[in-house]
Design a protein around this ligand. Structure first.
Ligand SMILES: [Zn+2]
Length: 277
């Protein structure tokens, strides 16, 4: 009896330039490919790691880059960094701008500076006709107000969404896709409102991600996350929505390829050839 291959998935948010993968990236990508992950959107948080990811994407079929400065890194960034991001935004395999956003959890960057960086990213995304990848931590109302003032549909994703169904509806109305990470698998009761949102988001706006190396799904919490684990989040989302995993994978993969315009024929291969140098 032959085993059917795992369903095809796209991990729409992974930090492949994280130092935790320095020695192991080849193996990490190999495991991802064997688990059914066909494509990964590798997300920049500084000008420097954005440049590394663009280079990684150039030599690794199936990896695409988002370039930007994370709100928690913005206070250390200067005009040269922004100039580098705008140059990178023109490179091949760059499929999004970010991650950018608002964060009231960590005090690294004053809030008014975060807003200025978000303005910059949004303008670049719209001028390059690329989606924007938004980080929002302890700042849901701020994000709803900020994007609510933009009076045209926004092409982008609220990444690792962690609000309620009511919050979700506000972002959906603005045009956003919502991406769910390992939090939906955590057993904490206080995440039930998040699961309610995950169950209700229209299927054509639903994305999945790992946010590797963070947010490792149950039962691997506490370990370093990696793109192969996106299957656990997909499994839980399928359960929450009462549909087969295969159907959920089909829809989420289609959505990821639509939002980020990923070419279907550039996929991860089972090989250790995409090691960083
Ligand atoms: Zn991230």
């Amino acid at each position: 009896m032959s085993q059917s291959p795992p369903p095809t998935l796209v991990d729409t948010h992974a930090h492949l330039d994280d130092p935790r993968y320095r020695e192991t990236l080849g193996e990490v990508l190999d495991r991802a490919s064997r688990s059914g992950v066909a494509q990964i959107v590798a997300i920049g948080t500084t000008a420097q790691d954005s440049a590394h990811l663009v280079a990684l994407a150039a030599r690794s079929p199936g990896i695409f880059a988002a370039v930007g400065v994370h709100p928690n890194n913005a206070s250390e960034a200067g005009p040269d960094d922004w100039a580098a991001i705008t140059r990178l935004a023109h490179k091949p395999n760059v499929v999004a701008i970010g991650e950018t956003g608002l964060d009231r959890h960590w005090p690294d960057t004053p809030f008014h500076e975060q807003l200025a960086w978000l303005d910059r990213h949004l303008e670049l995304a719209q001028s390059r006709d690329l989606p924007i990848v938004v980080h929002c931590r302890d700042a849901i109302q701020d994000c709803i107000e900020y994007f609510g003032r933009i009076n045209r549909p926004i092409r982008g994703v609220m990444h690792a969404f962690h609000g309620t169904w009511e919050n979700a509806q506000a972002f959906l109305e603005m045009g956003f896709f919502l991406s769910f990470a390992g939090m939906v698998t955590f057993t904490n009761k206080n995440l039930d409102p998040l699961r309610e949102a995950a169950a209700n988001v229209p299927i054509d706006r639903l994305l999945i991600e790992t946010d590797s190396p963070y947010l490792t799904p149950h039962p691997f919490r506490g370990k370093t996350n990696e793109p192969a684990h996106v299957t656990l989040t997909a499994q839980r989302l399928a359960e929450l929505r009462g549909i087969p995993l295969e159907q959920l994978a089909l829809d989420c993969t289609h959505n990821a390829r639509t939002l980020f315009r990923l070419p279907k024929d550039r996929i991860l291969l089972h090989s250790g050839s995409s090691r960083p140098d």
